[in-house]
Design a binder for this molecule. Structure first.
Ligand code: 3HC
Length: 295
């Protein structure tokens, strides 16, 4: 039944994006099954979601009862075969094409419902590449959320020429009507709309630091005070994760062959040395690490 309401959701990956997507789905009354490959990653993911739900209570957005009900709707597994009965699966693992295509090949075999939505939260890998890793490309779609997922209202919806119209309709209805997100459409081009605009801006800010044009703090203050951005580009790069910024830039550079998208040496060095941003405890700024096993 294609028009059946989506109530059983699966999230693959419980890093910052997967955890955020799982949280908003659970808060929207869905039964959410979260997959991570190891027990340690699963328990870090669970802690990440619970701590964000607690934050919802302390900021007055959730009652304690709503937090507990959302937590009760979440279950965790390290066996992808448990996704057989899911009506919508959203993959949110590391931005690596080989890892993502392998997951789509597996999900395609595991998820029974021929009308299930198999979505990816990728920001730079072609949805068509993920679709062709399956035997049922019509089920595959891009649903790209923004960090922090509980706060930012946008979802980019990305179809391929072979995505089934009913899969598109189900995915859009779920994102808009169930999760309460605003949906925009993008072509299946690396970066979609937001990152195609955002990533060159972040890379330009990193090049400014590299060339000692200004300091990290002043560049961020400039964009906050001069353009009313909620955070400056270097703090935002730290929030996104410098490894993720680099991975997206690499993919966009590969697709468009534009120097604008080439990761600057400073970014490459920071990633190589493990300065991955907020999740690692340090990037352009220093952070307190809250959760063990954060990725
Ligand atoms: N989870 C849940 N709620 C959160 C949160 C989180 N991780 N982080 C912040 N919030 C909530 C707070 O509870 C607070 O709610 P309230 O106003 O009801 O009290 C509200 O958001 C504001 O938070 P703070 O007061 O702590 O801090 P700020 O006012 O500085 O806001 C921010 C923090 C929401 C992160 C804001 O700075 C912001 O929106 N920054 C821009 C983020 C952005 O551009 N994200 C997109 C990145 S690109 C991306 O994700 C795509 C990917 O493919 C790369």
């Amino acid at each position: 039944m294609t028009s059946q309401k989506i109530t059983r959701v699966g999230i693959v990956g419980a890093g910052q994006m997967g955890a955020g997507i799982a949280e908003v789905c659970a808060r929207a009354q869905a039964d959410v099954l979260v997959y991570e490959s190891t027990r340690d990653l699963l328990s870090a993911g669970r802690a990440r979601i619970l701590s964000s739900l607690d934050r919802g209570v302390s900021s007055g957005k959730l009652t304690e009862r709503e937090r507990d009900q959302a937590a009760d709707r979440l279950t965790f597994t390290s066996d992808l075969n448990d996704f057989a009965d899911r009506q919508l699966v959203c993959e949110a693992v590391v931005e690596d094409e080989a890892v993502k295509t392998a997951i789509f090949t597996d999900l395609d075999k595991i998820v029974d419902d021929p009308h299930a939505v198999l979505a990816s939260n990728t920001s730079s890998i072609a949805i068509m590449k993920l679709a062709t890793a399956t035997q049922s490309a019509a089920r595959v779609i891009g649903l790209h959320f923004f960090n922090p997922v509980p706060v930012l209202p946008l979802v980019e919806l990305v179809t391929t020429p072979v995505t089934a119209p009913e899969v598109t309709a189900r995915a859009e209805t779920f994102a808009h009507d169930v999760l309460g997100k605003q949906v925009i459409r993008s072509a299946d081009r690396s970066g979609f709309v937001v990152n195609a605009l955002l990533v060159p801006y972040l890379l330009s800010a990193i090049r400014m630091v590299e060339s000692r044009f200004s300091t990290v703090e002043d560049i961020d203050r400039a964009m906050m005070l001069g353009c009313a951005h909620p955070m400056g580009p270097l703090k935002l790069a730290d929030l996104v994760g410098l490894d993720t910024v680099k991975a997206i830039a690499d993919k966009m550079h590969e697709e468009f062959d534009e120097p604008l998208y080439a990761p600057p040496p400073l970014l490459v060095q920071m990633v190589t040395s493990g300065r991955l941003g907020k999740k690692a405890g340090h990037g352009f700024y220093e952070y307190e690490r809250v959760l063990a096993g954060k990725r």
